[in-house]
Design a protein around this ligand. Structure first.
Ligand code: CO
Length: 134
């Protein structure tokens, strides 16, 4: 069922600094910042040969990643995103297996314009998991 690792998301306190570091020190292909007001974040994607890195910076009041940065002020790995062929089939299977889906349980449109869901980190080794329909 599980497919490619679509991206690793890293919460950062300073999106411009993180982007400059990956561009200048690591020589990575770094995209432009995208504001996602519905999700309370500004996102930058870094293209790697085999996957992507997603930088997340809080946007506006009550950003869902503010609490994470309060606990980890330097930033840190926030979630992993795995691709699935059919997000509804994947969700129904995971719920049957005992996993909890965050929010309403219905897919939302993510930063790539594709349906995504998040699974509770307590059910996945302390790691927040995003599923994206590829
Ligand atoms: Co993500």
């Amino acid at each position: 069922m599980i497919g490619r690792l679509n991206h690793v998301a890293i919460a950062v306190p300073d999106l411009a600094a993180a982007s400059a570091q990956y561009r200048d020190a690591l020589g990575a292909k770094v995209g432009e910042p995208q504001a996602e007001p519905d999700h309370g974040v500004t996102v930058v994607f870094v293209e790697l040969p085999n996957t992507k890195i997603e930088f997340l910076e809080p946007l506006g009041e009550g950003s869902p990643i503010q609490g994470f940065l309060d606990k980890s002020p330097l930033g840190g790995i926030h979630h992993l995103c795995y691709e699935v062929d059919d997000i509804i089939v994947a969700r129904d299977h995971l719920v049957k297996e005992g996993a909890r889906v965050l929010g309403s349980g219905e897919p939302k449109i993510g930063a790539h314009g594709k349906p995504v869901l998040f699974l509770h980190p307590k059910d996945f080794n302390g790691t927040l998991i995003e599923l994206e329909q590829a």
